[in-house]
Design a protein around this ligand. Structure first.
Ligand code: ADP
Ligand code: MG
Length: 335
């Protein structure tokens, strides 16, 4: 059997259960944005790791080395944010072809440092080795979160509002512009910069993690169509999502000349937005929304609700009529 037949998650499912018996008390993983281990009486330690490979996750010609370094750390910080955690340290392993310019890597490290400084995350170690022809970057980030405050994918409850912390599809719109060679204008250049230098929602995640009524949380790395399914599977719930409520930036709509199908497809199945996907108890939503929008630049937007029925399924609605999606979120190995 080929990996492409079962996909990334099918592969992980084949072995993850066989390791869970080794988990000690208060250890949790595989399956959420971060693993959880007890740190002390008050805090849990959380850990995440992500891998970037040249020509799969980035094209050297389409991203500056500064942004590459920034993004390699950002995608990991995003998983810490998704748990409601505070990052504490990072580890960086890189494999490089021997002919890589030193000045190129200096810039990669400058981007990595600039984001490390922003959130005061020290780089405490890693590994450097030779690669035959591609750059490979693996980052591991640790964080901490007050015991009981960690936000799990499995915590969604019936009638929770499903919310996102910003417009969807911008990163995929930026990638499309890069691949199609569309020159950016004043408005659409933000799509490319969101794709190349996404901002992890650290402060938003910490804030949300401390609010009443916030149940499940994760970051949107593969597109909401695929990522919301993880919350549904792990919580044993279903969902209804209203397509007219999906937040879309004017820049994305302008790049795609307002073609509704194309815009929606990128917003639902495009990867790498790194917005947070949150489920909030219905009765707490309005208050939370008001407070959130007062604190942060982007708005918290309700896009649907969690249901007891149709476990594991998203029912897409458009103007209250059912709507079928032709392709689910980005999934490595599957077509
Ligand atoms: P994320 O998008 O939040 O980084 P993924 O969807 O990539 O998470 O991974 C899902 C879960 O599977 C995570 O808990 C991750 O740690 C785990 N995982 C992925 N690959 C492996 C692997 N090779 N070995 C062990 N755990 C893995
Ligand atoms: Mg994640």
């Amino acid at each position: 059997m080929k990996l492409s037949e079962i996909g990334e998650f099918g592969f992980i499912d084949r072995f993850s259960g066989k390791f869970s018996a080794l988990n000690k008390n208060e250890e949790y993983g595989i399956g959420d944005d971060c693993a959880i281990m007890s740190l002390d009486d008050q805090y849990n330690q959380i850990v995440t790791t992500d891998l970037l490979i040249e020509d799969i996750h980035f094209l050297r010609s389409a991203i500056t080395p500064f942004d590459l370094g920034y993004k390699a750390l950002a995608v990991n910080l995003s998983d810490i944010a998704a748990m409601g955690g505070t990052p504490t340290a990072s580890f960086l392993s890189i494999a490089l072809p021997a002919e890589t310019e030193v000045e190129y890597m200096d810039q990669v490290m400058e981007g990595y440092r600039s984001l490390s400084e922003k959130y005061q995350v020290p780089l405490l170690g890693g590994d450097t080795t030779k690669s035959p022809d591609k750059i490979v970057i693996n980052v591991c980030v640790t964080g901490k979160v007050k015991k009981g405050k960690e936000k799990l994918r499995s915590a969604a409850d019936n009638d929770d509002c499903i919310c996102v912390t910003g417009p969807l599809g911008d990163s995929a719109g930026g990638l499309k512009m890069l691949l199609d060679g569309i020159s950016p204008d004043e408005m659409t250049k933000n799509l490319i910069s969101w794709h190349n230098r996404p901002e992890p929602a650290i402060n938003e995640g910490i804030w949300l993690g401390n609010q009443k009524g916030v149940n499940a949380m994760m970051d949107i790395s593969d597109g909401i169509a695929s990522d919301l399914k993880h919350i549904l599977d792990m919580s044993g719930k279903g969902a209804i999502v209203h397509l007219e409520d999906i937040p879309l930036s004017p820049a994305l709509q302008s790049t795609l000349k307002n073609k509704e199908q194309d815009v929606l497809k990128l917003a639902l199945t495009g990867g790498e937005d790194y917005r947070l996907l949150v489920t909030v108890r219905n009765e707490d939503f309005e208050e939370l929304e008001k407070e959130y929008n007062h604190q942060f630049l982007t708005s918290l937007t309700r896009v649907g609700k969690i249901t007891a029925e149709n476990a594991g399924e998203i029912r897409w609605m458009k103007e209250n009529k059912p709507f079928t999606l032709d392709k689910e979120g980005f999934n490595h190995f599957s077509e």
